[in-house]
Design a protein around this ligand. Structure first.
Ligand SMILES: *[C@@H]1O[C@H](CO)[C@@H](O)[C@H](O)[C@H]1NC(C)=O
Ligand SMILES: *[C@@H]1O[C@H](CO)[C@@H](O)[C@H](O)[C@H]1NC(C)=O
Ligand SMILES: *[C@@H]1O[C@H](CO)[C@@H](O)[C@H](O)[C@H]1NC(C)=O
Ligand SMILES: *[C@@H]1O[C@H](CO)[C@@H](O)[C@H](O)[C@H]1NC(C)=O
Ligand SMILES: *[C@@H]1O[C@H](CO)[C@@H](O)[C@H](O)[C@H]1NC(C)=O
Ligand SMILES: *[C@@H]1O[C@H](CO)[C@@H](O)[C@H](O)[C@H]1NC(C)=O
Ligand SMILES: *[C@@H]1O[C@H](CO)[C@@H](O)[C@H](O)[C@H]1NC(C)=O
Ligand SMILES: *[C@@H]1O[C@H](CO)[C@@H](O)[C@H](O)[C@H]1NC(C)=O
Ligand SMILES: [Cu+2]
Length: 545
């Protein structure tokens, strides 16, 4: 695999720059003042030509031989397994045998940006090839549609369950010679080489639940049939109700670091991202999407990460003064090409993504502005007179999409109060002290009140998170007005524990710190305003159950 690159490196630099694949994103369809937008999958589905091209292009991409480093297999494999070099970017001394992906650290939100852009740029070439097969009156329409095509995203915070296109066995599109029914490339990826290479996909039932044994990616696999259980996925996605959680990210987290990652205290986009991985993959039995070593192969993966990228880009447009991160972090665990203990700044390389043929790596700074990678999102288009005007516009959009949540519990806009209290449970725990993967559960009066997943990778390092304490759990005792205090009866009835994926209670780790926090929040006065939070007050330590 990737032989040409290895040979090339042996010959020396310069001669084989042609083999270096820079991540540029797709550069077709750029207007003088406009960029093509990535669209919501639910809209793209109704778009006609772009949808037809996406489906056929993805099918063609998935058929590229797995030996090719521009194959679906190898680009999807950058994230986790197989733990081998991509584009000649080798494992470094002292680094773990792991994927390149950065999780539970500050680069989380930004590292996935060039990954999705690379997938998009390669898939765009397949889209272009398919477009050339259309003739006659359709030729121009399809070529134009191909130029403007960009990777769609799946907005899992839209309050609906899984789009059915992710689970349909077949899909019908307008092909170059008429209507055609095809295998749905969004359902699964079927490995070309199966059984999988045992060196690259070792059989380790203990940590990856025999995922190596399936010939294709599965979600909530039914072990008696080795098939996905799609209704379980639907139920899981519907149950997690993410609109209020994402709204919290937009309105309360005002620094790039805290917005990004579970390595910083409180909620984060990574925390939400983890929940989607297990909702779609299934925890027990575990599907590919729930295991970071395999998740990259599920066709949902890039649509999920495009959704993350959109939230990050919208957040950046809102908090345009934010300097990203200029503090220095230390990578606690490292990745395939980053040794543990490496200092991380916004100029650190995002491996294995080269920005040009001279082996200059992309950095957080080089991809902070998405226009560099040739795309935008619909919410960011338009001719805004200032960054503040764009920020106001995006805040309005976010309020409309995620602000008046229909999630259970709080309906903020429905309450005619200027100020309210919001209760959250915040936790911190060293993952090394838990048998992973696991869940941290919160119990109120013997009822399960919330749950956060602690994924298997990385296996150590402090992880932070938050569970929203819904009004209906404080039922009848919820102090909706300022001045009330949380009922003391709750104090004796609030506990946490840690459970395995099958629900079995595990020993409570000594390293865990779980606290109840209250914040005073002022409700927004206009459609472009956000709620304003005061500094949190820690009420008490919650004991293990
Ligand atoms: C639908 O998909 C299945 C499995 O992917 C395939 O066997 C079947 O031929 C497809 N049906 C049509 C009408 O193409
Ligand atoms: C399996 O993977 C190992 C390690 O990457 C590689 O050396 C070997 O050639 C692969 N075997 C096959 C049959 O592809
Ligand atoms: C499912 O996969 C397992 C592991 O590869 C295998 O042992 C079992 O026979 C399969 N079951 C069916 C019904 O195919
Ligand atoms: C950004 O900075 C400018 C200039 O200091 C200020 O006027 C503006 O309110 C700030 N915007 C945000 C969203 O913080
Ligand atoms: C980050 O760097 C910018 C520019 O160098 C500076 O203006 C800003 O104050 C710094 N922020 C922090 C938190 O250090
Ligand atoms: C790459 O390096 C060569 C030789 O130093 C130089 O001529 C070229 O401009 C560089 N290209 C980029 C994209 O930096
Ligand atoms: C954007 O607005 C400015 C000022 O209103 C105008 O001069 C410019 O032509 C507009 N650009 C586009 C692409 O509409
Ligand atoms: C959200 O609230 C605003 C203002 O109360 C209302 O105009 C809008 O229709 C609501 N949106 C949704 C999706 O409920
Ligand atoms: Cu992910």
């Amino acid at each position: 695999m990737r032989t040409s690159v290895f040979l090339c490196l042996g010959v020396g630099l310069g001669i084989c720059n042609a083999d270096i694949i820079p991540v540029t994103g797709s550069k077709t369809g750029l207007g003088q003042h406009s960029l093509p937008a990535r669209h919501n999958i639910r809209q793209l589905e109704k778009s006609g030509p772009q949808w037809d091209l996406f489906i056929q292009g993805l099918l063609s991409f998935q058929k590229v031989t797995e030996e090719d480093q521009l194959s679906y297999f190898q680009i999807s494999g950058i994230h986790g397994r197989p733990y081998i070099a991509w584009n000649g970017v080798e494992q470094v001394e002292g680094a773990p045998l792991d994927g390149y992906c950065t999780h539970n650290e500050v680069l989380f939100a930004i590292w996935h940006r060039p990954l999705v852009a690379l997938f998009e740029q390669v898939l765009a070439q397949h889209v272009q090839t398919v477009a050339l097969q259309y003739t006659g009156s359709m030729a121009d329409t399809y070529r134009r549609a191909a130029d403007l095509w960009r990777m769609p995203y799946w907005d899992w915070a839209d309050g609906q369950n899984l789009p059915s296109i992710f689970s349909d066995p077949n899909v019908t599109v307008n092909g170059p010679v008429g209507r055609v029914t095809l295998e749905n490339p969004l359902l699964t990826y079927r490995f070309q080489q199966f059984p999988l290479n045992a060196t690259q996909f070792p059989s380790d039932c203990d940590t990856d639940y025999s995922l190596y044994s399936y010939p294709e990616t599965l979600r909530c696999p039914d072990p008696t049939t080795n098939q996905s259980t799609e209704w379980m996925v639907d139920g899981d996605v519907e149950a997690i109700q993410l609109s209020q959680q994402i709204y919290t990210i937009y309105t309360r987290l005002t620094s790039f670091e805290s917005m990004s990652t579970t390595a910083c205290s409180g909620s984060s986009i990574e925390n939400i991202h983890n929940e989607i991985h297990v909702a779609v993959g299934g925890l027990h039995p575990m599907g590919h999407f729930a295991n970071l070593g395999y998740s990259g192969f599920d066709p949902i993966f890039m649509l999920h990460h495009a959704a993350i990228d959109r939230h990050v880009a919208l957040w950046q447009a809102i908090y345009y003064n934010d300097s990203m991160f200029n503090s220095t972090y230390v990578s606690p665990v490292g990745q395939f090409a980053t040794a543990p203990g490496t200092k991380i700044t916004a100029d650190s390389p995002l491996k294995p993504f080269y920005a040009d043929v001279n082996r200059t790596f992309h950095t957080s700074n080089s991809v902070r502005d998405i226009s560099v990678l040739g795309y935008t999102y619909p919410e960011l288009t338009g001719n805004w007179t200032s960054r503040e005007a764009l920020s106001r516009h995006v805040r309005t959009v976010v309020n409309g999409l995620y602000g008046n949540t229909t999630d259970r519990g709080t309906r903020r806009r429905g309450v005619e109060l200027k100020t309210q209290l919001e209760y959250h449970v915040e936790f911190k725990v060293d993952k090394a002290s838990i048998k992973l993967p696991a869940t941290l559960r919160l119990w109120v009066r013997g009822r399960l009140a919330g749950r956060v997943v602690l994924l298997g990778a990385p296996a150590r390092g402090d992880i932070y998170g938050e569970i929203i304490l819904w009004d209906d759990l404080l039922h009848g005792e919820s102090p909706a007005t300022v001045g009330s205090t949380i009922p003391n009866s709750l104090k004796d009835n609030l506990f946490w524990d840690v459970a395995s994926v099958s629900g079995e209670t595990l020993d409570s780790p000594q390293t865990a710190k779980v606290v109840l926090v209250v914040r005073k929040v002022s409700q927004p006065q206009g459609v472009s305003e956000f709620p304003r939070y005061e500094a949190p007050q820690v009420l008490w330590d919650i004991p293990p159950r």
